[in-house]
Ligand binder design. Structure first.
Ligand SMILES: [Zn+2]
Ligand SMILES: [Zn+2]
Ligand SMILES: [Zn+2]
Length: 483
């Protein structure tokens, strides 16, 4: 039988006055129009007395467009049931928790959101399209096979399919809002450990996920996650990788690194690195990976240079040549300006630290382990001092102090030399810093630590400072060498 509307073959759908074909039925169903009888948007298929086409209700007939399940004409889908009923059925199958036989309690909002959408057809399409990545994950969540959480997504690719489902869960209120900036950190984190050994890469990843990401997520939820906070976190992680790479290059691991290793590393880094590593090292301590490392020392403000190298050499020249100044003050000041010795240590020096027995006439002074040759004319001054020293008070002589004090058995008090130096414009604190700065630029800090008895920590800090300004120092040095 032919179609009463288009004249084509296959008029299989029965209307009271005619039969119509499938395509004509679908065209009417999918393109509802204002009914001339009631002004409602409806599929129109029935003739009225005036020859107009009207809706089923106005015509007083059962609708051929009604869903077999819910009776509604909107959202056509297939022949029997509407899209909403179809979606309802498919979502029920997808989201049923086998433990209760009902829609999974936490996923109920997803069910309601998808079903309440403007176009249930879209939901059906989503359930069917592509590899069904989102629907498959939802089903796994409903069955309790994977956690309904952001962490689940952290381990999955960040493609459109996964992002869509995640956004859906957030929109439905199943998951708290998340920060896309933060989520982009996940793939970045995977590549973060690439320069590292497998062991260190795993540690970095662990640290990043369990502490850094967690902290940032908490801040995102509190609304306190700023771009600055985010960037600082990334920078800190880069510093961690820097430290671990350095340790690997020095045949160390996070577990075997010593505080000295850490300080050596920091000496080669910008000043801020110490504080940037504080969180990581705290974590390493708390997890027992390494309880020895701390940036408490390194985090101190960088030393200040208040005396220029030119001033320093001028003071050296004064002390070398001005014999109006007491000899012990000149020697003490020179040991400070040239070898960065603290006054308190200079005053405590013993005669056995000075060796004048060298047949070549050299004067050797041992500050710590290694004898150091005193440059001339300082060597001559030390010689002269030792000769004079014989005249010191008898009671102090036997104690072996290089600078015997006025009080029997005691060495010279620091203030004695200090006040004389200050009177000539030499501030011991600045003088020693200037010396440390200059020496650090010339001498490897390990040697500095061994020969001058400067603590490894201090030497490292000064070396870092000197390395930073090394270029400028060379220029200055070239012009300022004393004659
Ligand atoms: Zn037709
Ligand atoms: Zn009508
Ligand atoms: Zn229906």
């Amino acid at each position: 039988m032919s179609c009463g509307w288009c004249g084509g073959t296959g008029g299989s759908i029965v209307l009271p006055h005619t039969r119509i074909c499938g395509p004509c039925y679908r065209r009417r169903h999918y393109h509802p129009a204002p009914c001339p009888g009631c002004d409602q948007i409806r599929p129109l298929a029935w003739p009225d007395a005036g020859g107009r086409t009207i809706c089923a209700d106005c015509a007083g007939h059962p609708s051929i467009f009604a869903c077999a399940q819910c009776g509604r004409e909107d959202h056509p889908y297939g022949h029997i049931r509407c899209a909403r009923c179809t979606l309802h059925e498919r979502l029920t199958a997808l989201l049923t928790d086998p433990a209760t036989g009902d829609i999974h309690e936490r996923l109920r909002p997803v069910f309601d959101t998808l079903l309440g959408g403007e176009r249930p057809q879209t939901g059906i399409y989503w359930l069917m399209r592509g590899k069904r990545i989102g629907p498959t994950l939802l089903a796994q969540m409903a069955r309790g096979e994977i956690a309904i959480s952001h962490d689940t997504f952290s381990d999955l690719p960040m493609d459109r399919s996964h992002n869509y489902l995640r956004d859906l869960l957030v929109a439905a209120g199943v998951l708290p809002p998340y920060e896309p900036l933060l989520e982009r950190m996940i793939p970045w984190l995977r590549s973060l450990g690439e320069p590292l050994s497998e062991h260190h890469a795993r540690l970095v990843n662990q640290y990043a996920r369990w502490t850094v990401l967690r902290r940032l997520r908490r801040q995102a939820q509190d609304g306190t996650l700023s771009k600055g906070v985010f960037q600082a976190a990334r920078s800190q992680l880069r510093r961690v990788v820097g430290l671990l790479s350095w340790l690997e290059a020095h045949d160390r691991s996070l577990e075997t690194a010593t505080q000295a290793d850490l300080e050596n590393f920091l000496a080669s880094q910008p000043k801020s690195v110490g504080s940037e590593l504080t969180r990581f090292l705290t974590w390493a301590r708390q997890t027992g990976l390494n309880t020895a490392l701390t940036t408490a020392v390194a985090a101190r403000p960088a030393p200040q240079i208040t005396m220029s190298d030119a001033d320093r050499w001028e003071h050296v020249a004064t002390l070398l040549h001005d014999d109006r100044i007491r000899l012990y003050t000149r020697i003490g000041g020179l040991l400070m300006l040239l070898f960065a010795q603290p006054l308190v240590d200079i005053c405590r020096m013993r005669t056995d630290q000075v060796d004048v027995t060298d047949p070549g006439g050299r004067v050797l002074v041992t500050f710590r382990d290694t004898p150091i040759e005193m440059p001339e004319p300082l060597g001559a001054l030390v010689h002269a001092h030792l000769d004079q020293r014989g005249q010191a008070s008898y009671a102090s002589r036997g104690n072996g102090w290089l600078f015997p004090g006025g009080i029997p058995g005691r060495h010279l008090v620091t203030e004695n030399i200090r006040s004389q130096l200050v009177a000539r414009g030499i501030r011991p604190h600045s003088a020693r810093h200037a010396a440390l700065f200059a020496l650090s630029a010339q001498i490897p800090h390990m040697i500095l630590a061994q020969t001058l008895g400067i603590s490894s920590t201090a030497a490292t800090r000064w070396a870092a400072l000197a390395a930073r300004d090394w270029g400028g120092y060379i220029e200055q040095r070239r012009e300022q060498i004393p004659h």
